[in-house]
Design a binder for this molecule. Sequence first.
Ligand SMILES: [Zn+2]
Ligand SMILES: [Zn+2]
Length: 374
Amino acid sequence: MASQRDYYDILGVPRGASDADIKTAFRKLAQRWHPDVNTESGADERFKEINEAYQVLSDPQRRQAYDTFGRAGVGTGSEGFGPFGGFQGFGDLFDAFFGQGAPGASRRGQPPVGADLRYDLRLAFEESIRGVEKEIEFSALGRCDTCSGSGAQAGTSPTTCPGCGGSGEVRTVRSTMLGQMVNVAACPRCGGQGRIIEKPCTACRGDGRAERKRKLHVSIPAGIDEGHQVRLTGEGEAGLRGGPFGNLYVVAHVAAHPRLERRDTELYLELPISIAQATLGATVTIPTADGEETIEIKPGTQPGTEIRLRGRGVPHLRRAGARGDLHVLVDVIVPTKLTKRQRELLAEFAAEAGEAVNGRGEKGLFDKVKDAIS
Ligand SMILES: [Zn+2]
Ligand SMILES: [Zn+2]
C-alpha cells in the first residue's frame, strides 16, 4: 500500500517549490533511499513513496491536478504505482500502472485510453554518460488478435447504442424555479461507450485486449540521470475495446561509480597522492567517465588543489556536444607507516631544513611509549 502522505511533505519542499528545487530534493532522497544503497528495512517502501511524489510533482499537468484535487486528481489513489518489488532480482523490474490516461477526462462516446505503464531500467554508470541502446521485454495488455480490439465476436461488430445514439451521454432537462437545468450523465445502456457489443469476443470476453509479451527498443540519451524518464508514446497498455494505447515511461536507475561522483553535469574525483608526489610532481592514473587516463601533478601541488578537466564531465541532455567538467580534488596523504629507511630519509630531509623532529632513525616518543606498555 502506498502511503497517503502529502507529496510535498514526502519530498520536504514547500507547496510553491520550483521545479529545480523539487528535482534537487528528489535526487537527494532517491540517492539516500535507493534500495540498492540503503538496506534499512522499509527503504524500498520509502523510495517508492519518494518516486511516486516526484512523478506527480515533476509533471506540470499532474502537479496542477494534484494541487487542485489531491490524489484523486492524479489517479494514483491507494494503489497507484504498484509495488516496486524487493529489488533482489537482477533484471529490470516491470512495475505497475500509474494514472488512467488523462486524469478525470472521461472521453464519452469513445473507447477509453489505455493506462500508462512504467518500466524501471537499470543502467551502468558509463551507459548513463555515453547513452545506450537497450532492448526491454515485458508483458502488458495489447490488442486482442481474435477481434482486433473491437471486443465483438468474429463476424459481428459493435453497434451504435440506441440509448444515446452513440454519443455516450444522456441529457435530462428539468424545469426548476431557477430556470432549466440540464443534466448530462453517462448513458446507462452502454456505460458511456456509445457502442454496444451484442456478442462479445470469446477470446477476450469483450475487453478487446489480451496480455502479450512485448520487446521494445529504447534509446537512452547520453547524460541521463537517476530518476529521469524516457517516454515512449503509445507503448503503454491498450485501451478497452479498441481505445488508444497509453504511454510507456522508462525510468532510469543509474548505478553509482566506485570513485566518481556526479552532480548534474559535473563529475568529482577525490585523488589521494603522497607527500613526495605532491612535492616533486608525478604522472598519475585516474578513472574518468571515458576510462582510465593519466594526468600530471605539478611539483608543489597543495592539499585541496582542484585540477579541472574541461569537457570531461557529463554530456548536457539538451545541448548537443556540450559536456560538464571533471573536477579532480587532490588530497595529500601523510604516511602513517614508514620503513626504517624512509624514516631516516625523512629525518634527514628535516635536518636539511633545520626542523626539529623525533629522532634520526631512532624511535620516536610514541614508539617508546608503545614499547614500554607491551
Ligand atoms: Zn477479442
Ligand atoms: Zn448509450
